[in-house]
Design a protein around this ligand. Structure first.
Ligand code: PMP
Length: 360
């Protein structure tokens, strides 16, 4: 009988996309841009000609453009089918069965999936107080078997950030390991390790166009690293991994920085307002430098998630953080609806509690 590799059939858990069976009007579960993408991208899409679609995409042209935009050499960059593929290809290139991968939890689930699929062993280090970066625990965990350390900055699902000095310490101590700094939410934060690419030979930086650029459906990500590593990784990736629509629209997306800045400013403002409103309802909501927040609903979590679904709103149940839900930040109006639904759930909850209490 045909059998898949043991590491896949025994170790890799299924990734559950939150594709819900109920009708959703407001998706706040995947950290997407709820307002869509740049109108310039949309206009370009409508212009793409039939014989352009008939040709294989020219990734090299797109890489040159992104390299210029980031102030890197094209040889230090690989465009990927979303940041997901950047993580996957890094695992495939560097991990041998039994190698150790250090992840700081709670973490984006795909690191574990791709690392396990490569046969690696996962070493989980829980984040510190208030989800701070557990620097000394990470440094203590590094050993000769460590081949990959992932630092998500800002982190998903917490929104917490890591200081550059801490990342530098990890890079220096784990000189024989790849250190991936996942900057999927970089635009909402503003600090980056991109400038150290090529200087720190074991540093890799991943970015995505899925969040601030509103192009999750286009699947476009970036893996940056030292030229000698990127050129090796290029050998094992499909030369046509990004599609022609992404290649054609990329210049418009990059040049419309006004769109990105406007969206980022809106998210930051709405996020802070939403956070303080949620806290004033009595729920813990962690500070975030991304386009989402993590909220602790505790034992009310399931009732709240159900109530939100009744309102057609999808939020992300983070089972790896007990009692917590990750909520993407939409427009001000959308978040007002979420808040209204939350308030109603709270009123209903306390009414129910009163009814259930025995009469004095
Ligand atoms: N890294 C992080 C931290 C993410 O949150 C995500 C998507 N949610 C990704 C990578 C993957 O992004 P994509 O494949 O859409 O570029």
């Amino acid at each position: 009988m045909l059998k898949a590799r043991n590491c896949i059939s025994r170790e890799v858990p299924p990734y559950r996309t939150p594709c819900e069976s109920f009708p959703i009007e407001l998706h706040l579960d995947m950290n997407e841009n709820t307002s869509g993408c740049s109108p310039r991208v949309l206009a370009k899409l409508q212009e793409i000609r039939s014989n352009t679609i008939a040709l294989y995409p020219d990734r090299e042209r797109a890489e040159k453009l992104v390299a210029e935009f980031l102030g890197r050499q094209a040889s230090q960059l690989l465009l990927t089918n979303g940041a997901d593929e950047a993580i996957d290809v890094l695992c495939r290139a560097f991990l041998e069965p039994g190698d150790e991968v250090i992840l700081i939890t709670p973490a984006f689930p795909m690191y574990e999936i791709f690392a396990l699929a490569a046969g690696a062993k996962i070493v989980k280090i829980p984040a510190g107080d208030e989800f701070s970066f557990p620097l000394s625990a990470v440094l203590d965990a590094v050993n000769p078997r460590t081949r990959l350390i992932v630092i998500t900055n800002p982190n998903n699902p917490t929104g917490a950030v890591v200081a550059e000095a801490d990342i530098m310490q990890v890079l220096k101590l784990a000189a024989d390991a790849a250190v991936l700094v996942d900057e999927a939410y970089y635009e909402f934060y503003g600090a980056t390790m991109m400038n150290a690419v090529g200087i720190m030979p074991n540093l890799f930086v991943a970015r995505t166009f899925s969040k601030a650029y509103g192009l999750a459906g286009m699947r476009l990500g970036i893996l940056a690293g030292a030229t000698q590593h990127i050129s090796l990784i290029r050998r094992i990736i499909s030369p046509f991994n990004i599609n022609v629509f992404a290649v054609e629209c990329l210049p418009e997306a990059l040049h419309d920085q006004e769109f990105v800045q406007k969206y980022v400013a809106q998210v930051r403002g709405t996020r802070e307002w939403f956070r303080s409103e949620v806290e004033s309802l009595g729920f813990k909501c962690w500070p975030s430098q991304a386009n989402f927040v993590l909220v602790k609903f505790g034992e009310r979590k399931d009732v709240i998630l159900k109530r939100m679904r009744d309102w057609g709103i999808a939020l992300r149940d983070r089972q790896d953080c007990p009692g917590c839900v990750r909520i993407s930040i939409g427009t001000q109006k959308e978040m007002e609806v979420v808040l209204q639904a939350l308030k109603q759930t709270r009123i209903l909850g306390s009414q129910r509690q009163r009814e259930e209490q025995p009469a004095p």
